[in-house]
Write a protein that binds this ligand. Structure first.
Ligand code: HEC
Length: 163
């Protein structure tokens, strides 16, 4: 399905709001540079986070499942990719095909953790941040959208997308 740009943007806004609600968080623009509430400090080098968040490599098969899952990652809302079995894929973001050739593992990790570090205007949600958010429901405070393990699984999967 190809949506017009306006339709796609509307759908993204609606679905992002849905994710934010599901996570019990509301994203507020312009609150930057706060300390992470409870996540460990991450070392950013250039445009990358070189070190694994868990200290080991993720599982690409689990990562693929997260990317395709419409409740967890919601990646296909914006992205398309080499997923012939998926009928509805987004067209508001680069195709994930070849992402593992375009970027290093550390570069992919920073894009997953917090794409705002590279593009403050990005519509891509920060998947492993708890700062820059306000009015977070008590039960969700300090919890990122994806866990460190899930981030590593997704990064491991993206690294397999070489062509
Ligand atoms: C609401 C839309 C949206 C969602 C959801 C989203 N992204 Fe993105 N993503 C973008 C946009 C837009 C870019 C282009 C760079 C930018 O604007 O930050 C991007 C860039 C990327 C890149 C770099 C692509 C390249 O080759 O330049 C990767 C990799 C990526 N996203 C992976 C993911 C994964 C994996 C998920 C799900 C866990 C995801 N994104 C969810 C919008 C989104």
């Amino acid at each position: 399905m190809r949506l017009g740009a306006a339709g796609a943007a509307l759908m993204a806004a609606v679905l992002c709001a849905t994710v934010a609600r599901a996570q019990g968080v509301q994203v507020v623009q312009g609150v930057q540079g706060m300390q992470q509430a409870s996540l460990p400090a991450l070392k950013i080098v250039g445009d990358a986070i070189p070190d694994s968040l868990t200290g080991h490599k993720g599982d690409p098969a689990r990562g693929r499942a997260i990317v395709l899952n419409r409740q967890v990652g919601l990646c296909l809302l914006c992205h398309s990719g080499p997923f012939p079995e998926e009928r509805f894929q987004g067209n508001m973001a680069p195709d994930l095909k070849g992402a593992g050739a375009r970027w290093s593992e550390g570069e992919l990790r920073l894009r997953m953790v917090d794409a705002r570090k590279l593009n403050p205007q990005t519509i891509m949600p920060p998947y492993y941040r708890v700062d820059g958010l306000a009015r977070v429901a008590a039960g969700f405070r300090g919890k990122p959208i994806l866990t460190a393990e899930q981030i590593e699984d997704v990064v491991a999967y993206l690294m397999t997308l070489k062509d």
